[in-house]
Structures are given as structure tokens and as C-alpha cells.
Design a protein around this ligand. Structure first.
Ligand code: A3P
Length: 283
């Protein structure tokens, strides 16, 4: 059987590429979604550390919570499926701010946005494209980097995604976290999340959560025979094994040529010239 064509895998919605796992009907109906005030949204551009953050957040709760698949994944039955859940919902999404269902905004639901150095995201996404049968074939790293800088990848431009959320950096219901800070001091980030979510937690519990959320533990969990391989918080795969690749900061240095790095910096500096948060990126 030949590889599926790009048109079979990808479609455009409001100028952004989605995989065909997100139906246009669903994307069109998101504003009708009935958000609840206690929903928590876990927001990211793909490959920013979404699964890691999801692992931490679900371990923080002492009462039952349901970590759903991304809200933009599936067809029209998705909204009803989420409606049926009686427990508290932790809902992941890769949507940019403008596409986020209006009701989450109206109800001021808590949202956590995780940011990662886009150079590491580009590298992580390149490997993901190579391994993930839901994504178009990419030839070389060089060709992929061009697509990434042009925003011609699933979920659109990293720059636009980040900037759409950064506009809301002062909204009290949104917490911004950096992947690199989590790598440097996970207990500190766990504490910060617990305060934001209003969960009281002991230092001992924090240590326990950090231990269970290490890259090696999470990767091992995925490899266990009885693990649920289909529960991913990425709209681009249902295979957890594709998620845990290296889990490091700065892998871009093993991929970028000096020329590619220069070009990336040029695009970054131009697109981020009015961004305050971009200055805090480990970049
Ligand atoms: P790499 O491809 O650089 O290894 P997402 O969950 O948003 O798809 O992000 C996936 C990236 O997060 C992958 O990056 C993955 O290895 C990394 N990751 C997943 N779990 C992690 C953990 N516990 N600690 C550090 N990085 C983790």
C-alpha cells in the first residue's frame, strides 16, 4: 500500500493545518461547547511538553478528575462525549487563543500554557513527523525546518500560536509555564501549579509527584504492557510511545547548522520583536 497523500492526512481550517483526525465539522462547532467553570485547560503548541505537564497535573488532584483527549480531536460526537463526563475535566488543546471555544473564555476557566524553546520544538516535531503515520512524509531536516519557519506544519506557526496566547499574559485565569523551568526545578513548578489550581499539597507529595513525572518513569510507564497506549493529549497521535523521545533541553544544537541557526534567529527576532515573554525563553 502506498503512503497516504498529504491531502488525505491534512486539511486547512481558518488558514491553519489540522490532521484529518480533527473533523472540520467539529472545528466549526467548538464555540457551541458547553464549558464548565471548573474545567482546566492544558494548552500547548505540539511538542512543548504537554504530556509531561498532564502527568503532573493529574497527580496533583486528590479527587477524581478526567484527563480527556484534546478538544479538537475527533468528530461531532466529541462535544457530547465531553458533556457526558460527570467528573472534573482536564482538557488539553493545541488551539491558538483565537480558535479556543468562546465559553472557556466567558467562564474564565483556568488555563495553563506551556512554552518551550521553539528550536527544540522544531527538532522534536521533525522526529515526530518522521515516526507518526498521521503526519505527511518529510524528506530532510533542512526541508522540515523551512516548513516550520513558514508555519506550514500542523497547528500552524509556532510564532503565531505563542503570540496569540501571549496577548493574554496578564489574564488572571492563565498560568504560563516554561518547559526549561520544569527541567531546572520541577518541585518549584509543581508548587506553582498547585497554588494556581488551589490545591494544598505537602512537600512530600511534591517530591513524590516529581519522581513519578521524570522522563524515565513516564517513558517506562508507557512501555509497560498494561499501560493504556491510546491515551494521549496530542491531537496528532494515539500512540504514546511516539511521545517520549529524549526529553532534554538544547537538542537543537545537535541538529542546526550555524547557517540554519542564524536564519532561525533572524525570523525569531523579527516575529518576536514586540514580545516581552520571548525574552524569558531559554533560547
Ligand atoms: P523531545 O522530542 O525533545 O524528546 P508533547 O507532550 O507536547 O508532545 O511534547 C513531547 C516532548 O516532551 C518530547 O520532547 C518528550 O520527550 C518531552 N517529554 C515528555 N515527557 C517528559 C518528561 N517527563 N520530562 C521531560 N521531557 C518530557
Amino acid at each position: 500500500m502506498s503512503n497516504p497523500s498529504e491531502a488525505e492526512l491534512i486539511h486547512q481550517f481558518k488558514g491553519i493545518s489540522f490532521t484529518t483526525r480533527s473533523s472540520p465539522e467539529l472545528l466549526n462547532s467548538l464555540d457551541a461547547f458547553d464549558a464548565r467553570e471548573d474545567d482546566v485547560l492544558l494548552v500547548s503548541y505540539p511538542k512543548s511538553g504537554t504530556h509531561w505537564l498532564a502527568g503532573v497535573i493529574t497527580k496533583l488532584y486528590k479527587t477524581p478528575v478526567t484527563l480527556t483527549n484534546p478538544i479538537e480531536l475527533g468528530d461531532m460526537s466529541k462535544l457530547e462525549e465531553l458533556n457526558q463526563l460527570s467528573s472534573k475535566r482536564i482538557i488539553p488543546t493545541h488551539l491558538d487563543y483565537n480558535m479556543l471555544p468562546q465559553n472557556f473564555k466567558n467562564k474564565k476557566c483556568k488555563m495553563i500554557y506551556i512554552i518551550r524553546n521553539p528550536k527544540d520544538i522544531a527538532v522534536s516535531m521533525y522526529h515526530y513527523y518522521k515516526e507518526n503515520p498521521n503526519l505527511p512524509t518529510v524528506d530532510t531536516w533542512t526541508a522540515f525546518l523551512d516548513l516550520f519557519l513558514e508555519g506550514d506544519v500542523v497547528c500552524g506557526s509556532w510564532f503565531d500560536h505563542f503570540l496569540s496566547w501571549e496577548e493574554h499574559k496578564n489574564d488572571k485565569n492563565i498560568l504560563f509555564l516554561f518547559y526549561e523551568d520544569m527541567k531546572k526545578n520541577l518541585p518549584k513548578t509543581v508548587k506553582e501549579i498547585s497554588i494556581f489550581l488551589g490545591i494544598s499539597i505537602s512537600d512530600e507529595d511534591i517530591q513524590d509527584i516529581c519522581k513519578k513525572s521524570s522522563f524515565s518513569e513516564m517513558k517506562r510507564d508507557t512501555e509497560k504492557e498494561n499501560s493504556d497506549p491510546s491515551h494521549t493529549v496530542c491531537a496528532l497521535t494515539s500512540n504514546r510511545k511516539l511521545i517520549f523521545r529524549k526529553g532534554t533541553v538544547g537538542d537543537w544544537k545537535n541538529h542546526f547548522t550555524p547557517k540554519q541557526n542564524l536564519r532561525f534567529d533572524e525570523v525569531f527576532n523579527e516575529k518576536m520583536k514586540f514580545s516581552k515573554m520571548a525574552k524569558n525563553l531559554t533560547y
